[in-house]
Design a protein. Structure first.
Length: 296
C-alpha cells in the first residue's frame, strides 16, 4: 500500500505530466461512452470528493471505463459479485487523524494534538467486476440539453449571487461582491457560458462572508494561482454534477505555467486545491432548493 508521501507524489506527478502537455486532466475524460460529464460514485451512490474525483476520472480515462461507480473488493463480494481475476485496483485516499502528545510552545506543557494523515485503499470500477446487481452497474441517462440548461440556470439563481452582464471579461469582484460576465451571445455555447459562470461562482464562494478561503502567508506568492486552480476544479466538479461539459477557457491558458510551478514546488498543492474545490461545490449545492439539489 502506498504511503501518504508516495500518493502525494504519484498523483501530483501524473497531473503535472498532463498539464505540461497542455491537458487539463479535470476536463478531458468526460465524453467517454457518450455519457457526458459525471462524478465518480461510491457503491452507495455518494459522490467521491476532493482529490479522489481527479484520481478516478484519470483512472477511468486511462482504462476506458464508462460506468461511474467504484467499489472495494469486499463490497463487490458483499453485493453478490466479485472482482475479475487479474484486475488491478485504483488507489484512493481517505483523510484521517491520530492523537499524539506534543509540547505546547507557550506553556511547555504536554498536550494532545490531532495529527492529520492520509490512508490509502484500492477500489475497482464496476466494469472490472462480474455478478454485481444491475443497480450498481447501471449508467446514468444523460439529460437533454434544454434540461441541463434549465438545471444550470436554476442552480445559479439559487445561489443568490449578484450577477452583472456586459464587457468582455468574466471575473468576480471582491470589493463589490459581484460576478461579472460577458453577454451570453459572446459565448460559443450554453455549456461554455455556464462553465465560465460556475468558475466565477467558486471564486464568489470563497469571500469572507462565506467560506473565508485563504492559503496563508506561507503561500502568499502563489495564492492567486492556487485560487485559480480551486476555481478550475470547483467548476469541473459542478459541471459534472449538472451534466455540463466543462469548456477550457482560453484566457486561462497562461495559468498552466503557474500551476506547473506550484505543483512542482508543493506536492500537496493539488490535494489542497481539490479539498477547497469540494468545499466550494458543497457550499453552492447547499444553497439550492431541495428539488434542485436532489436532481444535481
Amino acid at each position: 500500500m502506498a504511503s501518504s508521501r508516495d500518493i502525494h507524489a504519484q498523483v501530483t506527478d501524473r497531473i503535472l505530466a498532463q498539464i505540461e502537455q497542455g491537458v487539463r486532466p479535470w476536463v478531458r475524460p468526460w465524453s467517454t461512452g457518450g455519457l457526458g460529464p459525471v462524478r465518480p460514485l461510491r457503491s452507495t451512490g455518494e459522490r467521491y470528493r476532493g482529490i479522489n474525483t481527479l484520481i478516478l476520472w484519470d483512472a477511468a480515462d486511462l482504462a476506458g471505463h464508462t460506468a461511474p461507480t467504484w467499489i472495494t473488493f469486499k463490497q463487490a463480494i458483499e453485493a453478490g459479485g466479485h472482482v475479475r481475476k487479474g484486475e488491478t485496483g485504483t488507489i484512493v485516499v481517505y483523510a484521517s487523524t491520530f492523537s499524539r502528545s506534543v509540547e505546547d510552545q507557550a506553556t511547555g506543557d504536554s498536550v494532545e494534538a490531532e495529527i492529520p494523515f492520509l490512508k490509502t485503499y484500492s477500489v475497482f470500477n464496476v466494469e472490472q467486476c462480474d455478478g454485481l446487481p444491475a443497480a450498481l452497474t447501471a449508467k446514468p441517462t444523460p439529460a437533454s440539453e434544454p434540461q441541463r440548461v434549465d438545471a444550470a440556470e436554476a442552480f445559479v439563481a439559487n445561489t443568490g449571487a449578484t450577477l452583472i452582464s456586459g464587457g468582455d471579461t468574466a471575473f468576480y469582484s471582491h470589493s463589490h461582491d459581484v460576478v461579472a460576465m460577458p453577454a451570453r451571445q459572446a459565448f460559443t455555447s450554453a455549456e461554455a457560458f455556464y462553465s465560465t459562470l460556475l468558475h466565477e461562482l467558486v471564486h464568489w464562494s470563497g469571500a469572507d462572508t462565506r467560506l473565508k478561503r485563504t492559503f496563508g502567508q506561507r503561500f502568499a506568492d502563489t495564492a492567486y494561482a492556487r485560487e485559480e486552480l480551486v476555481a478550475e476544479l470547483g467548476a469541473a466538479f459542478l459541471c459534472a454534477d449538472l451534466g455540463i461539459e466543462a469548456s477550457p477557457r482560453e484566457d486561462h491558458a497562461a495559468y498552466l505555467e503557474h500551476w506547473i510551478g506550484v505543483l512542482k514546488e508543493d506536492k500537496r498543492a493539488v490535494f489542497q486545491a481539490a479539498r477547497f474545490a469540494s468545499q466550494a461545490s458543497d457550499y453552492l449545492h447547499g444553497l439550492q432548493a431541495p428539488a434542485v439539489a436532489a436532481a444535481a
